[in-house]
Ligand binder design. Structure first.
Ligand SMILES: NC(=O)c1ccc[n+]([C@@H]2O[C@H](COP(=O)([O-])OP(=O)(O)OC[C@H]3O[C@@H](n4cnc5c(N)ncnc54)[C@H](OP(=O)(O)O)[C@@H]3O)[C@@H](O)[C@H]2O)c1
Length: 248
């Protein structure tokens, strides 16, 4: 393992699921980790306490609240004084069958885009200076297989993840050479996010996955860590963590 002993990593939406696993992976590698969340302060604090090492922090920063994101960047500048890794993991969704267009109203559509897309952009914008300092930094955006297949919890969610992959490419170009930007695109992972799925959908995913298993939050976290530590010449790439599902 490549150690990240002097590094600072920020994981948005780190209070459970993939974000919590990613926070653990970076702490295990020696980094100080800042976790953000929106509603689940107690869960975020529990994750923080569980992390290896010291100096980890929790900050409340809803992904659609640009002022809160900018305040978070100011806090990291003042306290940690650096940011080496930014993982844009926080996202919003709701399971709505794609044919039920009435259920996906404007308010939900807008809040999915504001959180999942504008939130990613606003977070990178707020942390750009810190990421550019020193040897430069890495942004990993958690996208989804749904970006490619348009098969996900609802149509706006799928579109939001396609937009995230597009942002990854545009930002990789715009922020080079100091900042690398990648997407990690999970397939179906068992978390609270997918607990509303019909079990038959989950089973179908499993049946059609060449690797015969769902990716775990730790699998996704390892891919994020590897993108930071083991892919120094890669930027603007979308890294799938989906058990090979598109091949099935
Ligand atoms: N699970 C899957 O199958 C799957 C597949 C592909 C991609 N993904 C992506 O993986 C990422 C993590 O998903 P997950 O499955 O780990 O979900 P999860 O278990 O529901 O966790 C989501 C995390 O994001 C936080 N969050 C939600 N809305 C937020 C907001 N507006 N502002 C700040 N934080 C917010 C939540 O904390 P609060 O409760 O405090 O808001 C929580 O920490 C998401 O980007 C998702 O799209 C998941």
């Amino acid at each position: 393992m490549i150690r990240l002993d002097d590094a600072v990593a920020l994981v948005t939406g780190g209070s459970r699921g993939i974000g919590a696993a990613t926070a653990r992976a970076f702490a295990d590698a020696g980094a100080r980790v800042v976790i953000t969340h929106r509603d689940s302060a107690a869960a975020a604090e529990e994750v923080r306490r569980s992390l290896a090492g010291e100096g980890h922090r929790v900050i409340r920063a809803p992904a659609a609240d640009t002022k809160a994101i900018e305040a978070t960047a100011a806090s990291v500048a003042a306290t940690e004084g650096r940011l080496d890794v930014l993982v844009n993991n926080a996202a919003l969704t709701k399971v709505i069958p794609h044919g039920d267009m009435e259920a996906l109203d404007d308010a939900l559509f807008d809040s999915i885009l504001a959180t999942n897309v504008r939130g990613v952009f606003a977070t990178v914008r707020a942390f750009r200076k810190l990421l550019e300092a020193g040897d430069g930094g890495v942004v990993v955006n958690i996208s989804s297989l749904a970006a490619k297949t348009a098969g996900g919890s609802n149509i706006a969610y799928c579109a939001s993840k396609a937009a995230v992959d597009n942002l990854t490419v545009a930002l990789a170009r715009a922020l080079a050479p100091k900042i690398r930007v990648l997407s990690v695109a999970p397939g179906l992972v068992d978390t609270q996010f997918t607990s509303g799925w019909d079990p038959a959908v989950r089973q179908r995913y499993l049946d059609r996955s060449p690797l015969g298993r769902l990716p775990t939050p730790d699998d996704v976290a390892l891919a994020v860590l590897a993108a930071v530590t083991h892919l120094p010449s890669t930027t603007g790439a979308i890294i799938p963590v989906d058990g090979g599902r598109p091949l099935g």
